[in-house]
Design a protein. Structure first.
Length: 133
């Protein structure tokens, strides 16, 4: 697989960017009802757990999109997704396919990987802090 090695840093950035864009959409749906979803037809009250989640999703997602403070932000968001799964999804059913928690699990482990691996070749961290990833 040596011929694919040269793509690992750019693809890490692609994974970070695509995950961030998907994550931001969850935050903006909660906070601004955009894109409009039935589940978030009304904004949660400021300070509510859903509001805090929306702020973390939109704000943390934006930082991940830029690749700025990637490792600590990804670590916090990974933990947030673990909490979201166990608080909101698992009580409905232990099976992610039934409780709708598959996205929370995927976000949790993608963000945990990004926290360990860094932002990739195309990140603000790499430009600003001269890091390897």
């Amino acid at each position: 697989m040596g011929f694919l090695d040269r793509f690992s840093a750019p693809l890490l950035s692609v994974l970070r960017i695509v995950s961030a864009l998907l994550f931001i959409a969850h935050g903006t749906a909660k906070l601004f009802q955009f894109p409009a979803t039935e589940m978030f037809a009304q904004a949660p009250p400021v300070g509510d757990l859903m509001w805090i989640a929306g702020v973390l999703e939109a704000g943390g997602g934006a930082l991940l999109l830029l690749g700025l403070f990637t490792r600590p932000v990804a670590f916090v968001l990974s933990g947030m997704m673990a909490v979201a799964y166990w608080m909101a999804h698992f009580p409905q059913s232990p099976y992610p396919i039934q409780n709708g928690g598959d996205a929370a699990i995927l976000f949790c482990f993608v963000f945990l990987y990004i926290a360990a691996a860094g932002g990739g070749a195309w990140s603000a961290d790499k430009l600003l802090f001269k890091s390897k990833t």
